[in-house]
Design a protein around this ligand. Structure first.
Ligand code: SF4
Length: 231
């Protein structure tokens, strides 16, 4: 994934789309006050300079799908793993909720599920909008962004039914990418030189979050100038 920070307006459409797509519960103010809200994608805001020259910048942060993910090394049950596509997956029935992985993640983007969000506890007015392709997670497990892996499965099934391969760019994109009105999010195969994401990743504006830690994140950010100097 590539995220162009110069295009992001901080509108949070990606956050809402992620919650809707992945059956992520909305938190009450009390739950949020305890730090118990669940978000697989957050848009952080940074304000620079004083009035009247105030400038705001926005940083969407989601699982960076690292090639060297620290979360996997500390998981005692193998609940967090790298799948064949190179994505960091989470097997909920294996998770014992120890939260070692959440603490090891330098991006602080793994969420612990404090509540029982079974279908029967979901607000009645929202039950019809639950996505049947995504399971509801049980209380006491860690959950995280999957790059909407269920969408890839659907694209594969569709392609198989039509007797063809999954088409390259565009046939499968995560909900956040699909919903961004500013066109700030790009998705595709970083290893394929023909793709937009590969070409954007070669840009002189490209950088990765906390790449000095050696996590080898697969989310690339684009921004002119010094982001860290500004923060
Ligand atoms: S939807 Fe696009 S513009 Fe809006 S906050 Fe997310 S990345 Fe930024």
């Amino acid at each position: 994934m590539v995220i162009d920070l110069e295009r992001c307006t901080g509108c949070q459409a990606c956050v809402v789309a992620c919650k809707q797509e992945n059956n992520i519960p909305f938190s009450t103010p009390e739950e949020a006050a305890y730090g118990r809200e669940i978000a697989w994608l957050r848009v952080l805001a940074v304000t620079e300079r004083d009035y009247p020259r105030v400038k705001s910048r926005y940083l969407p942060v989601l699982c960076q799908q690292c090639d060297a993910p620290p979360c996997i090394n500390v998981c005692p049950t193998g609940a967090t793993y790298r799948n064949p596509e190179g994505l960091v997956g989470q097997i909920y029935p294996r998770c014992i909720g120890c939260r070692y992985c959440a603490n090891a993640c330098p991006y602080q983007i793994k969420a612990f599920n404090w509540y029982n969000w079974s279908r029967f506890r979901w607000p009645a007015e929202l039950r019809q909008s639950l996505n049947p392709d995504v399971s509801l997670r049980p209380m006491g497990v860690i959950e995280k962004c999957t790059f909407c892996h269920h969408r890839l499965q659907k694209a594969r099934e569709q392609a198989r039914a039509e007797g063809r391969e999954v088409r390259g760019e565009g046939e499968y994109v995560p909900a956040c990418v699909q919903s961004c009105p500013a066109g700030a999010l790009f998705f595709g195969d970083l290893d394929d030189p023909e793709t937009t994401v590969h070409q954007l990743a070669e840009s002189s504006r490209a950088f990765r979050l906390l790449e000095e830690l050696g996590t080898e994140p697969k989310v690339i950010y684009l921004e002119e100038g010094e982001w860290y100097a500004a923060t």
